[in-house]
Ligand binder design. Structure first.
Ligand code: AMP
Length: 376
């Protein structure tokens, strides 16, 4: 998969047993972010990595945590903050895969699920905690989650955490972590606010930027369609019947819109589901499971939950609404350009005449002209 590089994991300073385990799970060569991030991170340097989801960044921050974990500690030694529940789950799944050769206990602590099970899990003793900031703070205040022994703190998708309004929570947590610790920050973009957090809470961080090497926008065929707002739904139906996607995510800007589109589509098509932040967690989990297993073929989603979904079979992304923030465009279409998929994904963005400048901003961001797709 990453055989363009001759570098191996052994060259990056990982232990022998770790390299052997990575080979077992099919990680032969490091991805670009892993290749650049791991050497300083394994030395204990604070690192600020600029990279999107789907580029192998979970292993980039998880392996340094893993190599530092001592045997005898009771309290968690690694803490990973994620913006959403889904992403926390995904990071934990990937972490479990990577850590399998060691006796490591990983807990996921997220809102929307019973706190009691999470408390019990923490009481049994865990090495790494992955979760969303709100629940992490709750558990810390209740004295169920100690920060005292943390050796590594990771802020994953830090830009998205800021977007959601987690800044005070992130600061609350970082202020209470041990001074002597390693902080790793991963973010697709580095706006001024991220730089400020880095200056305030990180120790001379090394900036690792592989965003230009991100293949996502090159591995997805992108098109836009000009359409009047009231004709969007008809166009969506036409695109679906023409393209016959294997699996598709239809992105909407708002939860209400996502529900509306879902309601209209589900009367016409089988295997349709909606995913947005207003749904109860159990429902969200069920939808994600069904999507991952291929029972759901068409998912109508909003950005918050759509980001970071790592499902190999997604062939198409349809931006029913052009994303509000251009960065989200890359995240959305990245869902169809996963490392694990062997085919070229396709992305269609429905654009009204007034939204021309928004399309131009996206074109500048992905550094290419997106061709128009003509539908009768
Ligand atoms: P991530 O960006 O961490 O969500 O990773 C995206 C996908 O790439 C996951 O399915 C990983 O298991 C896979 N992956 C990450 N690093 C490697 C690697 N070095 N070799 C092969 N697959 C990888």
């Amino acid at each position: 998969m990453f055989d363009s590089t001759k570098i191996t994991f052994a060259d990056l300073g990982l232990s022998e047993e770790c390299v052997a385990h990575l080979a077992e799970i099919g990680y032969e060569h490091p991805s670009p972010i892993q290749e650049k991030f791991l050497p300083p991170a394994l030395k204990g340097t604070d690192c600020l990595g600029q990279s999107q989801t789907g580029t192998g960044k979970t292993a980039a921050f998880m392996l340094p945590i893993l190599e530092k974990i001592g045997d005898s500690e009771q309290d968690p030694q690694g803490l990973v903050l994620c913006p959403t529940r889904e992403l926390s789950e995904q990071v934990a799944q990937e972490a479990k895969k990577i850590c399998h050769f060691k006796d490591i206990e990983i807990a996921v602590v997220v809102g929307g699920r019973p706190i009691r099970n999470q408390v019990q899990h923490l009481e049994r003793g865990v090495d790494i905690v992955v979760g969303t900031p709100g629940r992490i703070i709750d558990l810390h205040k209740r004295r169920n989650l100690s920060f005292d022994n943390l050796k590594t703190v990771v802020l994953d998708e830090a830009d998205r955490m800021l977007d959601i309004g987690f800044r005070p929570d992130m600061e609350y947590i970082l202020k209470r972590c041990p001074k002597k610790r390693q902080t790793l920050l991963l973010s697709a973009t580095i706006p001024e606010e991220i730089s400020r957090i880095a200056r305030q809470f990180m120790d001379s961080p090394q900036h690792i930027d592989v965003s230009a090497e991100n293949v996502v926008t090159q591995t997805v065929d992108q098109f836009y369609c000009t359409v009047d707002e009231h004709k969007k739904f008809a166009l969506l139906v036409k695109l679906l019947s023409k393209e016959k996607p294997k699996q598709v995510i239809v992105f909407c800007r708002t939860k209400r819109k996502a529900d509306q589109i879902y309601n209209r589509l589900s009367t016409r098509l089988p295997s349709v589901a909606a995913l947005h932040g207003d749904l109860p967690q159990t429902k969200r989990d069920r939808v994600m499971k069904n999507f991952r297993e291929g029972h759901v073929r068409l998912l109508v989603a909003t950005d918050i939950v759509g980001r970071g979904i790592d499902v190999g079979g997604i062939s198409h992304i349809i931006n029913f609404d052009i994303p509000e923030h251009s960065d989200d465009y890359v995240h959305r279409i990245g869902r169809a350009g996963r490392l694990s998929s062997e085919f070229l994904g396709k992305a269609f963005t429905l654009v009204t005449k007034e939204q021309g400048p928004e399309l131009t901003r996206i074109e500048m961001l992905v550094n290419r002209m997106i061709p128009e797709y003509q539908v009768d």
